[in-house]
Design a protein around this ligand. Structure first.
Ligand code: DX5
Ligand code: ZN
Length: 215
């Protein structure tokens, strides 16, 4: 059964507790937290102090997606703040293998993220070391963008690579996930779906999570 990770980037920042409680109550599996530094991506979101607070209210694992340059500098602190899974962009790391092991040494699960333009083949020599691969299905930086259709092909290719290399890595998809593309993504091999706008802009977010979980 696939997992659902609502992205709090689309939640109400004026009343985060209410949205966290909704996710706690819902059929969602993880909280997806988007950290943006205004350098790696053209937007700034939230950071360590906010995640520390979210941790006190969240009753599900925190899936922290770092959209920051040179993430090695902060991995230990995000773990201390409560991250259970820490994902870093291949495009932001000069020594990706080292960064993946830095994450694992903290006790967190490690994820490697690929932007829409980065080929799956970039993962050939890291797929055996990473716990998860996050494929961006929009250009990172903002919620509510249009899903890039080429992602379907990339999921298929990634699934093949995982099988070929006997890797246990899970596949997560992030960006523009909705009720139409979700079943196709899962069929192609996705194990975790991130959803921001689809959940939080819907009239009944808890029900939308249920629909994303059960098809
Ligand atoms: C985009 C973020 C996503 C974003 C997804 O840079 O990584 O997690 O919140 O939002 P939606 O589902 O609205 O595209
Ligand atoms: Zn994200």
């Amino acid at each position: 059964m696939h997992l659902i990770a609502p992205s709090l980037l689309s939640a109400n920042f004026l009343n985060l507790e209410k949205d966290i409680e909704m996710v706690n109550r819902s059929q969602a599996d993880w909280f997806h937290l988007d950290v943006m530094d205004g350098v790696f991506v053209p937007n700034i979101s939230f950071g360590l102090p906010v995640i520390e607070k979210i941790k006190t209210a969240a009753r599900k694992p925190l899936d922290v997606h770092l959209m920051i340059v040179d993430p090695d500098r902060y991995i230990e602190r995000f773990r201390k703040a409560g991250a259970d899974i820490i994902s870093i962009h291949a495009e932001a790391c000069n020594h990706l293998h080292r960064s993946v092991y830095l994450i694992k040494q903290t006790g967190a699960k490690a994820g490697v993220v690929l932007n829409p333009h980065s080929p799956v083949s970039l993962l050939n020599d890291i797929i055996g070391d990473t716990d998860m691969v996050l494929l961006m299905s929009v250009n990172p930086g903002f919620g509510g963008q249009k899903f890039i259709e080429n992602t379907y092909r990339k999921v298929r290719e990634l699934k093949e690579l995982i099988l070929k290399k006997n890797s246990l890595a899970m596949i997560e998809i992030d960006g523009g996930v909705d009720l139409n593309n979700a079943p196709i993504l899962v069929k192609e091999g996705a194990g975790i779906l991130v959803a921001g706008n689809t959940v939080f802009a819907s009239p009944d977010p808890e029900e939308t999570i249920k629909l994303l979980k059960n098809f």
